[in-house]
Write a protein that binds this ligand. Sequence first.
Ligand SMILES: Cc1cc2nc3c(=O)[nH]c(=O)nc-3n(C[C@H](O)[C@H](O)[C@H](O)COP(=O)(O)OP(=O)(O)OC[C@H]3O[C@@H](n4cnc5c(N)ncnc54)[C@H](O)[C@@H]3O)c2cc1C
Length: 443
Amino acid sequence: MPVKNDLKNFTFDTAVIGAGPAGLSAAVRARFVKSRGAFPMSAVVFECSEAAGGLANFGGTKITGPSFHLERGELTARLMKDVKLFDIPIIKDRIVKIKKAADGSHFLLSAAGGGIYRARSVIIASGMRPLSNEIRFFGNGVEITYMGYDFINKMISGFIGDAARNDKKFIIYGNKYSLNLINFVISAVNCLKTDFDKMSPLFLIDADEKELKNDKIIKKYPFLFSFGKIVKFYGGGRLEKIAVESLDGVRFEKTDRVLIDYNSFELAPEFGVKIYPGSDIFDKTGFVKISAAGATKIKGVFAAGDITGPYYSVSRAVAAGITAAFSAYEYVMRLKKRPGDYSLFAYKARNFTPGIEYREIDIDSSRDETPVLAKPAKIKKILRAKFPDAPATLMNKLMVYFIQYKILARKDFEEISKLLNISFIELNDLVSFLIDEKLLGIE
Ligand SMILES: Cc1cc2nc3c(=O)[nH]c(=O)nc-3n(C[C@H](O)[C@H](O)[C@H](O)COP(=O)(O)OP(=O)(O)OC[C@H]3O[C@@H](n4cnc5c(N)ncnc54)[C@H](O)[C@@H]3O)c2cc1C
C-alpha cells in the first residue's frame, strides 16, 4: 500500500465510502484473498464521522445470527483488527463527488476536505439518513423502533412505568404512518393502568394536524397528541430537550426520553454524493438500486448495507459488503486483465497469520500462466529505490529470483520477504505494483 501521505497519488483498486459494518467488511474482504491464483487488491475507506463502526456502534445494537451473538462495538473491533492487519487506510473525510475518468479506467473521488483520490472501483456503503442529530443520543435518551413489536412492548412498558413514577417526560415521535404503534402504545398504557394525564402529550406527530383530526384514536385521546417535527436534539451526555418545528415556529420541549418510530419515517438516504456521468442509480425513495451481486447501474460502482434499503441489520450489511467486494474484485481483475477465474473463498480471520495463510499470489504450477520478466533493468532500479540500503549482493540475489521461471511461487515469496525483511503483504503490493507498471507480466 502507498505510504500514508501519498494516498492521493495512488490508484486504489477499490475505494469504500463509509466505515460502517458494510464498508469495513467490504474493504477487508476486498483486500483479503486466499484462493490459489488470486491477486491482492488495494483498498481505501473514507469515513466522515469521528470513528469507524457506523450505526453498529450505537445503542443496544446486538449482532445475532444462527449460533453467534456479538455485543455493540465487538464487531467493529474485530473488523478494525483486520483493517490494521491488511494495512487499509481509513481517511477521515466526507466524499462529495464521484467522477469516472474520461478513459473509464478509474474514478476520481472528491472529498469535502479538498482531496481528490483515485480508485478503479467504488463501493458505496454510506448507510441511511438520520432524521437530524439523534444518532448522538442513541442509548442515552433516544430509542428507535427497530427491533420488532415484542421488544417495543417491553421497552414501552418500562418507559411508561418510569415516566409515571418519576415525572420523566417520555415522547413517542412518529408520523401519519405511526397509527399502528399508537394503538399499540395506548393498549399498553391501558394495561398498565397508568394515568394518561401524567404523560400528556405522549405522542409528537410530524404531520398536518387537520389531516388526522378525524382519526378515531386521536378523537378519543386528543390530549395525548401534539404536532411538529423534531429539528434538533440537545443534551450534555443524555438527552435533555428537543427543538420542535411547527406552523407556529420553533419551540423547545424538555424531555429525557424520545422513542422514534423509525419504521414510519421514510429513511431513504440523503446521499450527498454527486455522481458523474449522471446515472440514475437510485430507486424512487432514494435508496441505491443494486443487483444480487451488489452492482449498480454504473460499471465499477457497487453498493452495500443500509444505503440499499431495508431490512436494516448488521448481519445483512456485513454479508452485502462481502458480496460487493467479491464483485468489485472481479471487476478490477478483469479491468487489469489478470488471469484466473477470480473466485475467492471465505475465511476465518481469528488466529489468522498472514505469513502462513496469505497466499494469493501462489500461482498453481499446473496452470499455464507463466510469469515472465518484462524489464529487468527497470525492476532493478525500482528495487534499488525502494531498498536503498540493500547491498549489491542482495540485489543480485533478488534479481535472480525475479528472472527465474515461476517467479511468483510461494517458496520464492517466502525467500524474498525474508531477504528484504518485509511482510508477505508488502511483497504482494510490490509485485502488484510491478505488474501494474507492466514491468512484470504474466502470460
Ligand atoms: C439504535 C440502533 C439500533 C440498532 N440495533 C441493531 C441490532 O441490535 N442488530 C442489528 O443487526 N442491527 C441493528 N441496527 C441496524 C444496523 O445498525 C444497521 O443496519 C447497520 O449499521 C448498517 O450498516 P451500514 O454499514 O450499511 O451503515 P452505517 O452503519 O450507517 O454506516 C455508514 C457509515 O458511512 C459513513 N458515511 C456516510 N456518508 C459518507 C460519505 N459521504 N463519506 C464518508 N463516510 C460517509 C457514516 O458516517 C457511517 O459511519 C440498529 C440501528 C440503530 C440506529
